[in-house]
Write a protein that binds this ligand. Structure first.
Ligand code: ARG
Length: 290
């Protein structure tokens, strides 16, 4: 006769529950892609030989716009200018913090007229506009996280613009160097999931940065979500979060799962037409901070 072996005591569930995420109401500026097309190549995603469909770009953009409205965001629009096909990527139009709008000065001449067009809008809407001396592509390379601004360089914004920005905003600016031409703007390699001071949370693609920048990211954001090459390759990181809802590329399935596990509410959209210009959700979104 054998004595039945008692079931081993079940191991306590060690995975902590994902924190409760709270949304902050965002105010954003967008530009309807009425003149969207790809007629020049300034990043590896763009191929002027590939046909583009402006009507499709507009309807995909409209879905993003309507998603923001549905989330309760305060959405502002700037008039698109004929002959400026990249103007839809509003994130590059400037950097707006504390009511101060630091204007953009574009690297490539094809986009240079966008700088003054956006500064005119900021002026007309009551922002304190600061004309840039240094080359910088706005929020494409500048991300506010807590009280600090993460600033990208390597492909577009000049490192000299980082000190200009620090002086104008009176904030600490941390330089990060991008090394992969497919992730040429900081907002293609880092997603800010929670920007509130004390709650800072990000996701990023480690291979997009040089070693020194990776050390900075690891040290400052030890709990960041590390995203796969596959998800980054559909510009999954080029997303916009209100602290709870994260609007992302629907094709970034792995990132979507990671976000859910971390307690966020991901919303997947198809912006494939705008990807032909090398941009996604975040590129089409400029945050306005009064
Ligand atoms: N065609 C544009 C460019 O190369 C895309 C900009 C994307 N914007 C962004 N914030 N990543 O300049």
């Amino acid at each position: 006769q054998t004595t039945p072996v008692a079931d081993p005591t079940p191991v306590a569930e060690t995975t902590p529950a994902a924190p409760e995420r709270t949304a902050t109401r965002k105010s954003v500026l967008m530009c309807r892609p009425e003149h969207f097309t790809v007629v020049y190549q300034i990043n590896p995603w763009m191929d002027p030989a590939k046909p583009t469909d402006t009507a499709l770009a507009v309807s995909q953009w409209q879905a993003l716009h309507d998603t923001y409205v549905g989330l309760g965001f305060d959405v502002h629009l700037i008039d698109p200018v004929e002959g400026l096909p990249d103007m839809v990527y509003a994130a590059n139009g400037g950097t707006v913090i504390d009511g101060i709008a630091y204007g953009a000065r574009f690297t490539h001449e094809q986009r240079q007229p966008e700088g003054p067009a956006y500064m005119d809008w900021f002026r007309a809407n009551g922002y304190d506009v600061r004309e840039p001396v240094e080359v910088n592509e706005g929020e494409g390379d500048f991300l506010l996280v807590g009280d600090v601004i993460l600033a990208g360089t390597g492909f577009r914004s000049d490192a000299a613009s980082h000190s200009e920005l620090a002086r104008i905003m009176g904030r600490e600016v941390v330089t990060l160097t991008l090394v992969n031409p497919s992730f040429y703007h900081l907002d293609t390699a880092i997603a800010v999931l929670d920007a509130r001071p004390g709650q800072e949370h990000l996701a990023y693609l480690p291979s997009a940065f040089d070693e020194a920048s990776l050390d900075v990211l690891r040290e400052r954001f030890p709990d960041a979500i590390l995203v796969s090459e596959e998800d980054a390759a559909v510009l999954g990181l080029n997303s916009f979060s209100d602290g709870r809802n994260v609007v992302i590329a629907a094709r970034a399935a792995g990132f979507e799962r990671q976000l859910r596990e971390a307690g966020y509410h991901p919303i997947g959209l198809d912006l494939s037409e705008l990807l032909l210009g090398g941009g996604g959700v975040k590129c089409c979104t400029l945050e306005l901070r009064r």
